[in-house]
Write a protein that binds this ligand. Structure first.
Ligand code: IVH
Length: 670
């Protein structure tokens, strides 16, 4: 690079770093990854080192952090809050160790304190005579923001220090963090309620502390960990490890995993071990901070512009990295829900190569304005599956990069439905779709459906795996030999199962309809449909308008029913079931129930809503108040004043048993 080029690059880098520092520190809303930021930073430092003649006092390298938010009070730090230089490799780290020993003029190994590099927000806490008087963010290193109220609200920040004989003035430095679980919860809430989504736990912690409403930090589960004793009005102990012990004695929590040892090799081992431990920590760390233990050596080594020479941040491979979104395909879950899966340009995230990431649903894709071909940020929290955190591409997109919901199930080609207002799109091929087979069959045999006792998940899974059952009708083709071929199936059990299968052939139309597993058709809708259409062919050929005439059926259910019966494979399965001998008595023609009923108290066998639905379906009216015209009051447990009213007016009363009998007489099977 020529001198002129370097000067131009320096100028551009300063602007770029300053811009990203502003997004990161002041707005808590970065648009590049930490790693990309680190690279820019490193390039700036390298160039400035190479061309010291072009150093400028207002270069971001001369300032730590960024400007403070104007609406929070300002605090001038009596001792500047510095930053740390980074190293990224064993070689870099040994060079650091080597440099220190040369400066100190010693061949001896140095004693180091290795601490997790907590990925939160740096905080300074001031105590006067043992009481918390002020908390401040780092800000630009010299002036920070007053966040006393937020920090004082955290249980991990002692309002009063423990112990007697406390120095009059103490300043503690540490990090405030949002545990991963709290971060996930916060974003889930924001997603549901349309609030702000944070890019990562650090931004969430920063955003929560720098709020005017102090309760927010505590509500969101922030925690403070001390890592340095910046000032004491009494002489301080001579070692960093003693400083940490003192912080702990005064009532602060220290991060787990702090270790003291000799020389670069010890630090290398600790770094490797911490990289593994990282996965299991409840919060994020982005590296290991190595500090010279001896304060005497620290003061000999001193500082450069914004960082001490006696400490370094040995960064971990980023868990947030940028890559390209190549394609999105859709996975079909056991219940038919379609989930988008992102295919990515393979990339190393925190030591693991990732080429796929889960996306929640189409809403999330739209919220992030994701398009095929976008540069995206991947975020891997602990050992969970990586997630796409945000898109870095904001340019306008070509039409063919839009991510759309497939109209047909990628597994079975049945139509995909996403009812208005619902987030989840589903395959409508329930009984037929291989992805849903096991779940659909489990429902089919369940107690309230075809009630095939004993054919539980274990046997079904085996029969499906062996290819003996594909569709519901195959259950009726099972014979003794095929059952006995199953591991651990005895003769007695096989016979019992065959009996149960046989017995299930005799069923009722509502049970059969319910067993088909049509989405949103529960037992009560199945009853209503059976009573309304009386036979299966009438229901199978009904259009949405006809279905909407059934009391229990709304537009969404009508749509699912029509879509279900429109599919030839569903009609084939139904035909095969009937051919296998599944049958039912014709639903009793309704002796309709007229009159007006009132329900009071709780019923043991059903909810009041269900009772109401049964009555309405039979043609009765249901009222909320008793009058002389009321036909009968159904009296449940702990009835209200309606019972007294009925007594007064001489209206008939039905106990729960009477009511059940009444329903039964009118063909309602529960
Ligand atoms: S000591 C003068 N110890 O890392 C040294 N910092 O990149 C000041 N950090 O601003 C920092 N864990 O927010 C220290 N165990 C630790 C740390 C730690 C996280 C943060 C801190 C600092 C930044 C420097």
């Amino acid at each position: 690079m020529s001198g002129a080029d370097a000067q131009q690059r320096l100028h551009a880098l300063r602007r770029e770093v300053a811009y990203h520092a502003h997004l990161y520190h002041t707005l808590d809303a970065p648009v590049i990854t930490d790693h990309e930021y680190d690279l820019l930073w490193q390039e700036l430092l390298d160039l400035e080192r190479q061309y010291p003649q072009w150093q400028e006092a207002d270069s971001p390298s001369q300032l730590a952090g960024a400007a403070v938010r104007a609406d929070l009070g300002q605090v001038e730090h009596q001792i500047p809050m510095l930053s740390l230089d980074n190293v990224f490799s064993v070689e870099d780290f040994s060079a650091f160790d080597q440099r220190l020993r040369e400066r100190l003029g010693t061949d001896q190994t140095l004693t180091y304190v290795c601490e997790p590099k907590l990925d939160g927000l740096a905080i300074s806490l001031r105590y006067h005579e043992g009481s918390l008087v002020r908390a401040a963010t780092r800000g630009d290193g010299l002036i920070g923001e007053d966040v006393t109220a937020s920090l004082a609200a955290l249980p991990s920040v002692p309002k009063r220090l423990c112990g007697d004989d406390l120095p009059t003035e103490i300043e503690i430095r540490g990090e405030v963090l949002m545990p991963r679980a709290a971060f996930i919860r916060l974003n889930e809430q924001a997603e549901a309620q349309g609030g702000r989504i944070f890019a990562n736990p650090r931004n969430a912690a920063a955003g929560s502390v720098r709020q005017l409403d102090a309760r927010i930090a505590a509500e969101r589960g922030l925690q403070f960990f001390a890592y340095a004793l910046a000032y004491s009005s009494q002489p301080l102990p001579a070692r960093q490890q003693e400083h940490l012990a003192l912080c702990q004695r005064w009532g602060f929590q220290l991060a787990a995993g702090i270790a003291v040892g000799q020389g670069a090799e010890f630090c290398e081992q600790r770094h490797a071990a911490l990289l593994v431990e990282r996965e299991h920590l409840p919060f994020e760390i982005d590296g290991m901070v190595v500090k010279v233990d001896s304060l005497a050596q620290q003061s000999l080594l001193g500082f450069v512009a914004r960082a001490p020479r006696w400490a370094v941040a040995w960064k971990f491979p980023a868990i947030e990295v940028a890559t390209r979104l190549l394609a999105v395909d859709w996975q079909v879950g056991r219940t038919g829900a379609l989930t988008p899966v992102a295919h990515l340009q393979p990339v190393n995230v925190g030591g693991v190569t990732v080429s796929r990431a889960s996306l929640h649903n189409l809403d999330e894709i739209q919220r992030m304005d994701l398009h095929i071909g976008d540069e995206v940020v991947l975020y891997r929290a602990g050992d969970v599956i990586p997630k796409i955190a945000r898109s870095l591409t904001s340019a306008s997109h070509a039409a063919d990069t839009v991510i759309t919901l497939p109209t047909q199930c990628p597994i079975c080609a049945s139509p995909v439905l996403r009812p208005p207002g619902e987030v989840v799109a589903r395959c409508s091929g329930g009984l037929y779709c291989p992805a849903q087979r096991q779940e659909a069959l489990l429902h089919f045999v369940s107690r309230r459906a075809m009630a095939i006792d004993g054919l539980g998940e274990k046997w079904l899974a085996m029969l499906i795996a062996q290819g003996r059952i594909e569709h519901a009708a195959d259950i009726y083709r099972l014979d003794r030999d095929s059952l006995l071929s199953l591991d651990r199936m005895g003769e007695k059990l096989a016979d019992k199962l065959l009996q149960a299968i046989d017995a299930s052939r005799q069923t009722t139309l509502p049970r059969f309809l319910y067993a088909l597993g049509i989405r949103t058709v529960g037992e009560s809708t199945a009853h209503a449909l059976a009573l309304h259409f009386l036979d299966l062919p009438a229901l199978m050929t009904a259009d949405e308008a006809a279905l909407l005439r059934v009391s229990d059926v709304g537009p969404v259910t009508a749509r699912w029913i029509v879509t279900f019966f429109a599919q030839p494979h569903h009609r084939d399965i139904i035909a095969a079931l009937l051919a296998a001998g599944v049958h039912w008595p014709p639903p009793q023609a309704q002796e309709s129930l007229s009159g007006s009923y009132v329900i009071t108290g709780t019923l043991a066998s059903m909810s009041r809503d269900q009772a109401r639905a049964h009555l309405l379906r039979l043609g009765a009216r249901v009222s909320g108040s008793v009058s002389a015209k009321t036909t009968a009051v159904i009296v449940g447990h702990e009835p209200g004043s309606k019972k007294d009213q009925a007594e007064r007016l001489g209206v008939a009363m039905l106990s729960e048993e009477d009511f059940l009998e009444l329903l039964q007489r009118h063909g309602v099977t529960l």
